[in-house]
Design a protein around this ligand. Structure first.
Ligand SMILES: Cc1cc2nc3c(=O)[nH]c(=O)nc-3n(C[C@H](O)[C@H](O)[C@H](O)COP(=O)(O)OP(=O)(O)OC[C@H]3O[C@@H](n4cnc5c(N)ncnc54)[C@H](O)[C@@H]3O)c2cc1C
Ligand SMILES: NC(=O)c1ccc[n+]([C@@H]2O[C@H](COP(=O)([O-])OP(=O)(O)OC[C@H]3O[C@@H](n4cnc5c(N)ncnc54)[C@H](O)[C@@H]3O)[C@@H](O)[C@H]2O)c1
Length: 477
């Protein structure tokens, strides 16, 4: 058994782990990076990037269909599934390749291959070849798809997002189970690329939208295009030759039996904390096994163990993994002199069409009687209508008394851009009147945002706080 003594050991060479390793090294300490799987990160290999590549192809196909609305007709539209997947894989490999090149340049002494587990709070064993004595440890082990028991046993007919981006061509038909960001993004993309797609959701939930007004509009927008079956249950899923026979029950009690080529389980992800030996570290664990940690320092209790990225399940998103990795790596190097790091406001985007974005305080966390909701519908919003993208709604939340802008939820055309403007304003603690003093060009989608801000300002001036959400949407300019 090899023996090593280091200052910082980072478990996991994903986005959080790589950032933690770099942050620790910036403090001039001896740090090592332990990885059991392929290098390249979840984001680049099987997450953010390949999913957006597939969506980009779907947008191109949809653009041709969409052109009919302008009187433009393209004949013989043909989706070449093999060519679509070839581009997805080539570009995916290019993105992952940048990470692999970076890792390859690290000193070989800093790169340890194998599964790491705790022997005690300062010692790790990697496979059966190395024991590392570390002054501090960063857990950056990421997460994995979680597949419900009832779907297992379908062999190669059952997929998770990990498998999709290795396809050589596109499927004919697929049942997508789960209507979170993964189910919606991949389901809509595959539908637009010509597959027969049915999306099953066991609840009313879509991409974690907790604002009932926005959720209602999102359901309408997406159900207009997709076979979206919310509040339905899968009664059984069985293999039938090279297909899967799915027996489901809809909200109204109707039962159906259908065949699909594949089932995609988009039923959430679970942190990779099993088989880590956390019980031997003495750190406090929640009932679900996750360590109790401080979200400003990423420190687990008073220990020399830090946890960052999807592994802690706080906000499983890429920018959070790097923010948290930076804080955890710096604090691991500085330990015991830990400091709070910069955390950004909560911010997420689902790359559906229209896109869904949530930022700042969530609807559920708003204090009853202490907020107003400024609302705008995109149904008649000028520029959105020009582009035939006039669907969606935006809710901006403002605090009564201070008039501060505290959060937003939307399903809207080009929401990724609106959401960035709003995230910056929210983190800068701007008030609604201050935001309305800023410039708005004409004709742009942002004029819809101005309508929502004006609506919020008027409600703030009237001094009538919302108790529940505002169902009536003010048409934008
Ligand atoms: C399909 C999909 C689309 C997504 N799209 C987006 C998006 O558009 N925007 C966004 O912000 N986020 C998106 N995400 C989420 C984002 O990819 C993750 O939040 C992010 O990649 C998490 O990074 P991480 O470093 O925590 O984990 P990872 O990158 O998974 O790194 C963890 C590493 O730890 C290793 N490991 C685990 N256990 C051990 C052990 N015991 N010993 C050694 N090594 C170990 C693993 O092999 C892995 O390499 C998406 C995710 C998916 C699945
Ligand atoms: N654009 C983005 O930023 C982006 C894109 C994809 C993924 N992600 C990240 O990946 C994480 C995981 O995504 P996800 O969509 O898998 O998870 P999720 O938790 O958001 O959604 C999972 C869905 O599956 C449903 N579900 C769970 N178990 C089920 C069962 N047994 N039967 C039927 N339905 C079931 C849940 O009700 C939920 O609607 C997200 O939380 C997000 O952080 C982000």
């Amino acid at each position: 058994m090899n023996q090593m003594t280091v200052d910082v050991a980072v478990i996991g060479a994903g986005s959080a782990g790589l950032t933690a390793y770099r942050a620790a090294k910036a403090h001039d300490v001896r740090a090592v990076l332990i990885e059991r799987g392929p290098y390249g990160t979840t984001c680049a290999r099987v997450g953010c990037m390949p999913s957006k590549l597939l969506i980009a192809a779907a947008e191109a196909a949809h653009g041709i269909e969409h052109a009919r609305g302008f009187g433009i007709h393209a004949a013989n539209v043909h989706v070449d599934g093999a060519a679509v997947m070839a581009r997805v894989k080539t570009e995916r490999d290019r993105f992952a390749g940048f990470v692999i090149d970076y890792v390859d340049q690290l000193s070989s002494e800093d790169r340890i291959r194998g599964h790491a587990k705790f022997i005690d709070s300062h010692r790790l064993q990697v496979d059966d070849h190395t024991v590392i004595d570390a002054r501090s440890v960063v857990i950056a082990t990421g997460s994995s798809p979680s597949v419900p028991q009832e779907l297992r046993g379908l062999g190669d007919r059952l997929l998770t997002s990990d498998a999709v981006f290795d396809w050589d061509t596109l499927p004919q038909s697929i049942a997508v189970i789960g209507t979170g960001a993964i189910g919606l993004e991949l389901g809509q993309a595959l539908h637009r690329l010509g597959a027969r797609v049915t999306l099953f959701g066991r609840s009313k939930m879509l991409a974690q939208i907790d604002d009932p007004g926005v959720l209602a509009v999102a359901r309408t927008c997406l159900a207009d295009e997709l076979d979206l079956r919310l509040e339905s249950s899968i009664l059984s899923a069985e293999r039938d030759g090279n297909a899967v026979r799915v027996h489901s029950r809809s909200r109204d009690g109707t039962e159906r039996t259908e065949h699909f080529e594949f089932i995609l389980a988009a039923t959430g992800r679970k942190p990779n904390i099993q088989h880590l030996g956390l019980e031997r570290t003495g750190i406090e664990l929640h009932e679900n096994g996750l360590p109790v940690f401080d979200p400003l320092t990423m420190q687990c209790g008073e220990s020399a163990i830090f946890i960052a990225g999807d592994a802690n399940n706080e906000r499983p998103l890429l920018h959070e993994a790097t923010d948290q990795g930076r804080i955890a790596g710096s604090n691991a190097a500085r330990y015991p002199h830990v400091q709070p790091g910069l955390r950004h406001i909560p911010f997420s985007i689902a790359f559906t069409d229209p896109q869904i974005a949530l930022l700042g305080q969530s609807y559920k966390s708003l204090q009853k009687g202490r907020f107003v909701i400024g609302s705008t519908s995109f149904d008649d919003q000028g520029r959105s209508r020009v582009m035939l993208k006039n669907k969606g709604v935006l809710h901006v939340y403002a605090e009564t008394g201070s008039s501060r802008f505290i959060g937003a939820a939307m399903i809207a055309p080009h929401a990724e851009h609106l959401a960035h403007l709003l995230a910056w304003a929210c983190q800068s603690r701007m008030t609604i009147p201050q935001m309305l003093e800023l410039p708005f060009y004409h004709p742009v989608i942002e004029e819809g945002l101005r309508s929502a801000l004006r609506d919020a300002k008027e409600k703030l001036m009237r001094g009538i706080p919302e108790i529940e959400h505002c169902a009536d949407c003010t048409p934008g300019t």
